[in-house]
Write a protein that binds this ligand. Structure first.
Ligand code: F6R
Length: 644
């Protein structure tokens, strides 16, 4: 955990007594960075639990402002645990939720009413009359008065003791979108397009996302006595940087929190990664120069002054806060050569190792010359999107390549596609009952129902056959293609189950069967549904369980990043260049995933098709390598080694 400056006198890990926080040079909001969101959520839940108990001891009510979305889920999980295991009572708690879509029925699966009951209220002893969530069914004529009453109700119970917040990529808090006034109260607001895109996966498509919402105002939020904002993941890094280090502006409403006397931002490593003290610490403090930090600093400087590594001078280093580094290393010349060599040694056209070659300076071992490889792919297409070029090389270089699709990916197939396939199937059989049943299910589906088991299975089959078309194109025998259908994924909705023993067993038995020398897996933690992270956790748990077994004693693990982000240059341990022809071959392999083309259902915050993103990203990595002084490749796929 990293706490920003001036935190020494605080009484709890994150609690900031009013008025005691002095700003650091760049940061205008108190913040604490945790290794991961799980640990952070527990600390936040603890602060809330202590407040509830303190109020109960005083014989008073505890008024909580609550948020929905992915950020607070683990905080609620922990509060439920406190209730069940430590007898934390919510009988003295009054809650006010920040917002609700408008219009919205409470029993709709996407309603915040449903969310709050599912994650918290159904599991604790809060009195129903103490729960307040903006009512998405209110008539447009009554809404103005309704919002005024919501404000008055908060005031009548003494105001919010504690407000929990998430932050949108637009910088919204609650649904106060850019342009919101600092003095605004509870009201109806039109949602920003970006916010609707972010919600699209929960609504199975942006067209189903309501255009409006009722939200508490900035002023309502700022009047809370204590504010804690949670932000996890790379998706939030840019907006967090602007909010904490930028000027107060209505264009990023969260910046209004700079004026609050008792607000803390709780961040994980990814969401804090754009803060100056994390991204470029040498600009603000004297650093402990680890090998990784040295690489990061040199690559950054090379980009900043637009010179390849070998042309950086002592003066360049001195001018950008790295005189200490140069003093330690002797001269720019020595440092440049050392970092240049390290970068050069990441490049290889032999991702499975070059047989019979000296491998001292190669990312992979030469021996054994033919390796058994498992490429784990969270969804049926991440393999080719993220590492199609490397995949192809591994096969062409004679390795025994297995592909393991971890989930069925069924929710990402549109109803239109499923119907098309079902109608085709109908013409091929006289036993039409089952298919007609599926067609009926598809046609009677509303935004509030989930697919029947049969339709899910059809959608899974569509993705399965597309995957096989792609793996056959890359010359992998069908017997080397494994569809794991991990059970955690099979809920039919965007919300998935937690990992179970069954999931880990499935992963372990494949690893046991193949006994791989190499495993490739998605280390991309930014996919909008978190499926990649769960799939990676499943692998880590399997490796942990098997770490002393012979099956993986010679196994190296390489992490690729999915469609959303690439590793930073300093994080790359293996860079596999691609020729223009290989770029086209990879594109063709991606094209076999037709259900994911054109109208991509779950594309996160990027509206480009997957093949376009993949190509841009691989081209950009090559460009960065070139700019640092390496050869000029058409494209590069990048990997980071994971040690277990
Ligand atoms: C939710 C809310 C929003 C979310 C924000 C972040 O009640 O008011 O401001 O907190 O959109 O959402 P997640 O946590 O899903 O990234």
């Amino acid at each position: 955990m990293i706490v920003n400056a001036k935190m020494d006198n605080t009484k709890s890990l994150i609690f900031k007594p009013a008025g005691q926080f002095e700003e650091t040079r760049f940061e205008k909001i108190h913040n604490v960075i945790f290794d991961d969101s799980e640990e952070a959520s527990k600390i936040v839940a603890l602060e809330i639990a202590e407040l509830i108990k303190q109020k109960a001891d005083e014989g008073s009510m505890c008024v909580l402002g609550l948020a929905t979305g992915s950020s607070p889920i683990k905080v609620y999980e922990e509060l439920v645990r406190f209730h069940k295991e430590d007898n934390l009572s919510f009988s003295n708690v009054i809650t006010f939720n920040l917002d609700e879509y408008f219009p919205m029925q409470p029993d709709d699966l996407q309603s915040y009413y449903h969310f709050m009951h599912e994650h918290l209220f159904n599991h604790v002893d809060i009195l129903p009359e103490n729960i307040n969530i903006p009512d998405g069914t209110i008539s447009p004529e009554d809404i103005y008065q309704y919002c005024i009453d919501y404000e008055l109700k908060i005031k009548a119970v003494g105001g919010l003791d504690f407000q929990l917040l998430g932050i949108g990529r637009t910088g919204h808090i609650g649904f106060n979108e850019p342009g919101s006034h600092y003095n605004s109260g509870t009201r109806v607001i039109t949602l920003d397009h970006i916010t609707r895109e972010d919600a699209a996966s929960a609504f199975i498509g942006i067209d189903n996302v309501p255009k409006k919402a009722i939200t508490m105002g900035i002023n309502t939020i700022k009047n809370a006595k204590r504010i804690v904002l949670l932000a996890w993941g790379l998706n939030k890094a840019k907006v967090i940087q602007k909010t904490i280090e930028g000027q107060v502006t209505s264009q990023i409403p969260a910046t209004y929190l700079q004026d609050h006397k008792n607000a803390t931002f709780i961040l994980d490593e990814e969401s804090s990664s754009e803060l100056i003290r994390i991204k470029t610490p040498w600009l603000v403090t004297s650093c402990i120069w680890t090998d990784e930090l040295k690489k990061k600093a040199v690559f950054w400087l090379s980009e900043k002054v637009n010179k390849p590594i070998l042309k950086l001078t002592d003066k360049d280093y001195n001018e950008y806060g790295m005189s200490g580094l140069i003093a330690k290393e002797g001269s720019a010349y020595d440092l440049n050569i050392s970092i240049f060599n390290q970068l050069q040694h990441t490049i290889t056209g032999w991702p499975g190792g070059k047989p019979n070659a000296d491998d001292t300076n190669r990312p992979e071992r030469a021996f054994p010359p033919k390796k058994r490889v498992i490429i784990f792919s969270p969804h049926p297409d991440d393999d080719v999107i993220s590492m199609g070029g490397t995949f192809d090389r591994l096969v062409q270089q004679g390795h025994d390549v297995h592909i393991a699709y971890q989930t069925s990916g069924n929710i990402a197939v549109t109803d239109e596609d499923a119907r098309k396939f079902a109608e085709t199937a109908l013409t091929l059989t006289s036993d039409t009952k089952k298919i007609e049943g599926m067609l009926k299910d598809i046609q009677s589906k509303t935004s509030n129902t989930i697919d029947s088991k049969e339709v899910r299975s059809l959608k899974g089959t569509i993705r399965r056959t597309e995957s096989l078309a792609a793996t056959r194109y890359l010359e992998v025998p069908d017997t080397n293609v494994h569809f794991l259908n991990l059970p955690f994924y099979e809920t039919g909705t965007v919300k998935k189950n937690n990992l179970s023993e069954e999931d880990i067993d499935i992963m372990c038995s494949l690893i046991e069967e193949i006994k791989p020398h190499q495993i490739y897996a998605a280390g991309d933690l930014a996919d909008p549904h978190g499926t990649h992270k769960v799939c990676l956790d499943a692998l880590f748990m399997a490796l942990e369980r098997m770490k002393y077994e012979d099956a993986i004693k010679d196994c190296w693990v390489w992490l690729y990043r999915g469609a959303w982000f690439e590793w930073d240059s300093h994080e790359i341990d293996m860079a596999v260049p691609m020729s223009p022809d290989q770029v086209i071959k990879k594109r063709n392999a991606i094209f076999f995933h037709q259900s994911q083309k054109d109208k991509v259902m779950f594309r996160g915050d990027d509206s480009r098709e997957f093949w376009v993103r993949a190509e841009d990203r691989n081209r950009l990595t090559a460009k960065k390598y070139h700019q640092l002084g390496m050869a000029d490749y058409a494209a590069i796929e990048a990997f980071k080694r994971y040690y277990f």
